[in-house]
Design a protein around this ligand. Sequence first.
Ligand code: SIN
Length: 322
Amino acid sequence: MQVVDAKKIQKVVVLGTGGTIAGTAASAADHTSYSAGQLGVQQLMDAVPGLDAVLQGGLLVCEQVAQLDSKDMDHATWQALALRCVHWLEQADVGGIVIAHGTDTLEETAWLLQMLLHAHKPVVLTCAMRPATALAPDGPQNLLDAMAVVCDPMARGVLAVCAGRIHSARDVQKVHPYRLDAFSSGEAGPRGWVEQGHVRWSDPGAWPVAHAHAHLALQLPAAGWPWVEVLFSHAGADARQVRALVAAGVKGLVVAGTGNGTVHQSLMSALVEAQDQGVGVRLTSRCAEGQVVGQPDLQMSPRGLNAFKARVSLMLDLMGQG
Ligand code: SIN
């Protein structure tokens, strides 16, 4: 068995973006009628007990990058966040980054960062399902667990930590609207667990590879990122939505097909037309697990990504195409 020395961390950076983890409600009993993104990231970290033991003399730096409800995440905020990650990861004394994020689009941000960062150091997104004012908030424990992962010598790349489980950016998906353990890695399973401050890996994972157009996403004004939409195939699906989007100038379409990537015939003919007109079209599946198998008529999204991560990847594929 390989024995790994504890990593001596000089500095960990915590970036705040808002979310329920920074949310407040009028009553401690209220878990749903609260305002997300109210408390600053320094305030959040001040409420986490036991940080010194995890950091072992390392320094904590807090920076507020945004303060929003992640349902409202936009490309400009994504770019600003990615640029701050690039900045901090380049500092030799920074061991890794924790990002406090809302749960609603966490999986999309995780995938974008995985595609943009040459992150040989860990970048760990964490979150909460209850606001900071709840009787028993989950944010402080998730932040402490995220910090334990960043400080672990085997941690690298973009990860998500919630309710004691470590997920890869590739597989993490929000699967529950309310319970504390709201994330799953589907049939891939979690990458590991945090138990009483100790990290146990099921698989520490390979070195992450950034997208070939990562530099464009960091340089181009976010308003100029290609317009890519997500569509679903379903009973009664109507081709007019595709034609309306193409007429309005959409550059890419991700379609979540039924089952093994099958698409309603009406939608399919409009998608093939769109593809022939130069619109990038990618196919994924509405199924929560597995990936499309075989040779469908439309180009498949890479590595069986869900529709929302496939949107991020297609946007990057289309960058720099004018
Ligand atoms: C958000 O995504 O910002 C709000 C919901 C949450 O964090 O659980």
